[in-house]
Design a protein around this ligand. Structure first.
Ligand code: ASP
Length: 251
């Protein structure tokens, strides 16, 4: 697992990678930001820091679910790497995924597969407070069947996560494409240097910058503008304000 957090007010940040026992990686990323002299800790050093800081750790088996094991098995069989909003890997159709005739609890299907089976494991959050100060955080288990040692965009400041005085951005999707596009930073730069509105910046970055990859992002500006964009089939997202407004969307 890996995660990052950035406080746009003062551009402070923290990130962690290569975790196997930390229950809430994003909390550790925050401690890296607040209590370490560094910005990014990974693998053994990050686990050691977690123990020093007394964050909650669990046995690795806590993270191993039946659904994920069966997805991993299928990904291995198909010799494929998968990410959220994935279409079935080549050679893995809904029938071979064992979902044929499955009861559809929520009535929603994606590519013929139950959405619950493909529930995203990456969580991103962007916030703005009444001072107009923005912050972003992203946490993930990465890609299904990724290589050992692979680091994605989520812990990389500027790629999966970014916040500055103008806005905060968190991305999800195919990490390699997000890294190549420095997606989160590009959205912020378009607002900062070109004066685009947040939604214009998001649309431009998704259309012009994201090359040959499937991804999406959520963003908020210092004025409270909320924006999102994706070139995937859907992206689970929600928005809440302090006066009680709440909204959730997929498509
Ligand atoms: N972006 C994440 C990664 O590539 C995966 C995801 O967002 O689902 O590690």
């Amino acid at each position: 697992m890996e995660a990052s957090i950035m406080d746009g007010h003062g551009r402070r940040c923290g990130a962690v990678s290569g975790l196997t026992t930390v229950k809430n990686p994003v909390s550790l990323a925050r401690l890296v930001m607040d209590r370490s002299p560094h910005s990014y800790l990974a693998f053994d050093g990050a686990e050691e820091f977690a123990r020093e800081q007394g964050v909650e750790v669990v046995d690795n088996s806590y993270f191993i679910t039946e659904e994920n094991m069966s997805m991993l098995k299928r990904a291995k069989e198909a010799n494929s790497i998968m990410y959220d909003y994935r279409v079935p890997a080549p050679g893995v159709d809904s029938a071979s995924a064992g979902l044929e005739g499955a009861k559809v609890e929520n009535g929603l299907l994606m590519n013929g597969l139950r959405i619950s089976v493909y529930a995203p494991e990456t969580v991103g959050c962007v916030v703005v407070d009444s001072n107009g100060w923005c912050a972003a955080a992203t946490s993930t288990g990465g890609l299904m069947n990724k290589m050992s040692g692979r680091i994605g965009d989520s812990p990389l400041i500027g790629s999966g996560t970014y916040a500055c005085g103008d806005c905060a951005v968190s991305c999800t999707g195919e990490g390699e494409a997000i890294i190549r596009s420095t997606l989160a930073r590009d959205v912020a730069a378009l607002v900062e240097y070109k004066g685009l509105s947040l939604q214009e910046a998001v649309d431009y970055a998704i259309k012009e910058r994201l090359d040959e990859g499937m991804a999406g992002l959520i963003a908020v500006s210092r004025n409270g503008e909320v924006a999102y964009g994706f070139n995937t089939i859907g992206m689970f997202r929600g928005c809440a304000t302090e006066d009680g407004f709440m909204e959730v969307s997929i498509w």
